[in-house]
Design a protein around this ligand. Sequence first.
Ligand SMILES: [Zn+2]
Length: 481
Amino acid sequence: MSNYEAVIGLEVHVELKTKTKLFCGCSTEFGKEPNTQVCAVCLGLPGSPSGVLNKKVVELAVKAGLALNCEIGTHTWFDRKNYYYPDLPKGFQISQVFRPIASKGYLDIEVNGQSKRINITRAHIEEDPGKLAHAGGSITAAHYSCVDYNRSGMPLIEIVSEPELRSGEEAKAYLEKLKAILEYTGVSDVKMEQGSLRCDANVSIRPVGTTALGTRTEIKNMNSFRAVQRAIEYEIQRQMDAVEDGERIIQETRGWDENKGITVSMRNKENPDYRCFIEHEATAIELTQEWIQEVGATIPELPDDRQKRLVLEHGLPEYDAGVITSSLALAELFDETLARHPDAKTISNWIMGELLRLLNARNMDISESKITAAGLASLLKLIEKGSISNKMGKEVFEVMFEKGQTPEQIVKEKGLSQISDEGQLAQIIDEVITNNPKSVEDYQAGKKQAIGFLVGQVMKATKGQANPGVVNTLLREKMSK
Ligand SMILES: [Zn+2]
């Protein structure tokens, strides 16, 4: 099967973080009662005005375009994409079909230690349709569907990649990088679970060594980056098996079924014809180079630069720096903790080890954790001073993660303090030596591993609170006499 290679392009829809919609003053707030954030403009009622373009949308789209290394169009406009669907009351979607606001950009991904540049064809502004809820879950099983127009007219940018991705893993890496860039830039919440980032994948295969594109299918309904990767991997294999069996791949839309782990045919899409035409004059967007530069100046340090800085200035390994800068929240937690406790590698170990472990285990987003930079820095100080052991530290961290108490509070409540005081330990060690003459004899006869048992006895006597390093040193001293 390795005679074939996969050709994958992604279309990513990102809701822009504005207070109001693209052409009207309706709120864009997520999670409100259905159909409470609508007006004549975004419902497209007959005779309603076309509305006024939200300038903030243009600013955020330009910002995203620049962060993605795109050329920005100084003279662009909107077009009508005509089609009928219940979530689109006007019968057409306002989009930028003929001239996108941003084009010819790129971003760099890293997969298996290999860097690869993925070109971005275009990023254009468009309005979101409404949202259908199918009673009974799926569109095929439902007896009826409900429509919510709160989302209708919300501003989006659609970011289209060149078909340069070759695997599900590359697609996931592309999405992670894209998400991080948009998050750093502040143009979107990029929350896949709330629908502010949605992704469709175009997948085809072709014999290795050829350049012509095969017939592609478009995969929809993927609710996480992991799902995108799995859906693409499944679809590549499905197409390869079909071709192997002498079948023809048909151009169609396929939905990802998360539970079954398969893609299923949704609708045939041999010849989509949206009958696009230019929207009237009033929607032209004229930008000056000066204004574009002003917007560009507001772009903060982006993930790639931040990763380099963590390597060069703080000596973090590339890998650590890559993981930490993959999310703005992690990167900020790192920087803010570092300002309080200048030990970069230890901080990175705790973030990558304990924090990510707990987030993964509980399937939580970093925004839901109660870990703060101040809390993490205090915890690392307690461990460094020897007030608590590293092992106790992990226990404390878990409580901080869930309840948000300070490490000092948790240590006090749980009675977790570590005994490092030699005077306090000396008496217990003396008792352990007196009560275990055989082990002492073994140790003095050269069986150095016998000390492990004795350390264990001291730990037991102190209910695990003795500092094992101090115990070890004291035991050696006393037994060498
Ligand atoms: Zn409205």
